[in-house]
Design a protein around this ligand. Sequence first.
Ligand SMILES: [Zn+2]
Length: 132
Amino acid sequence: MSTPAPTRGQAFWWGFTKRCARCGSGHLFTGYLKIVPECPRCGLHFEREQGYWAGALAINIMATGGLFTLVFVVLLIATIPKVPVAPLLLVLVPIAALGPIVYYPFSKTVWVAVDRAFLQRLDPNEPTDRHR
Ligand SMILES: [Zn+2]
C-alpha cells in the first residue's frame, strides 16, 4: 500500500504545524520537546543518521534570530531617536532566551520537511522503514 507523496507545500505546512512531512500525522512528540523515533502512522524514521538534527538547530537559529532582528529593527525604527533601552530589553531578552525553546519542536518537523523536499527524493513508492 502506498499513499501519494505530498507536494512540497503540503510537506512544509505539515512541518510548520508539527506534523509528519510524509503523511501529515500529528502526535509526534512525547511531552513538548521529545520527538518520537518514528511516525506513528507511516513509520518514517526521523533521525536518519547521527547528527541529523543539526539541520533543525540551524533552522531554529535562523527562525528565532530572524524574529529577534525583526522585532529589534521595528522597535528601533518606531522609537528612534529616544530609544527606551530597558523596555526594549524586556521584549528582546525573552525572545532570545525563550524563542529557541518554544520553537524547538517546530524546528525539528520543519527540518524533516526541508530534508524530504529538497535533500531526498519524494518517492511515493519508497518503503516505510518501520519494519526494517
Ligand atoms: Zn508519517
